[in-house]
Ligand binder design. Sequence first.
Ligand code: PMP
Length: 305
Amino acid sequence: MADRDGFIWMDGEVVPWREANVHVLTHTLHYGAGVFEGVRAYRTEQGTALFRLEDHTNRLFDSAHILNMKMPFSKSEISEAQLAAVRANDLASAYIRPMVFYGAEGMGLRASNLQVHVMIAAWEWGSYLGEESVAKGLKVRTSSITRHHPNIAMTRAKANGQYINSMMALNEALASGCDEALMLDPAGYVAEGSAVNFFMVKNRVLYTPQLTSCLNGITRNTMFRLADELGLHVVEKPITRDEVYIADEAFFTGTAAEVTPIRMLDERQIGEGKRGPITEKLQSLYYDVVKGRRDDYAEWLSYLD
Ligand code: PMP
């Protein structure tokens, strides 16, 4: 990733990709206290647009607030910088990664002189879970790693250190021949995937876990509006793993993963064992919305120019 042409926005300046470096004593590298976002820009007929940019910027600031990190830039500066990062790299579609981190000004948990830094990178990133999964669905296993308790790690924050938990779950799933992990919360109910929210369909009703252990996903929120358009009711409630085994359909959502069906959980086939009809409708509506084919969702798109 580090050795490529392009530009990265760092603390208010656009610097060459290879020169966007930090010191090995960078505080966030040692203790994981930092926050980040994942945003996508899509090629539309009207030009390149970032999807739900303002919502991502708001969540970045909320995450920083939860960790009590003082943002050195305004929300409009950070939104503008994300557009600038895509422009600087001349990208028609992109994944955008803003991150807020402590620098190398001090070491130890008591360091009081730490400065908050912000970087924003943008690059071309295709389907996160693979083109085939988007059509056929994922093989998933319930993880032996429990998702965070809200009073151990602040689950409303998209914080760097939280992803140790996600990576352990994902690596365990991959090592056992699965594509993704389904993580349970400390009470044993379904929380989310390693970096994706979870939905299931039963008798034409959509179910998703409440926002206790899972991230307040922007794609999750988008599903609520799309489901409404399709006349589907969405219920947020505790979900058990055996409820998933007997669901008609199940899928994950995320900015990177978009809408990806689940075909199997713990060796049990979900529904027909392939992308279900409601998942397919939501997926195709999602693509229409992010790709600017629906005027009534235009407020969610921020164009480069
Ligand atoms: N949960 C976790 C832990 C994530 O990292 C992500 C990706 N940001 C999601 C869910 C999905 O959130 P969003 O739809 O906002 O990308």
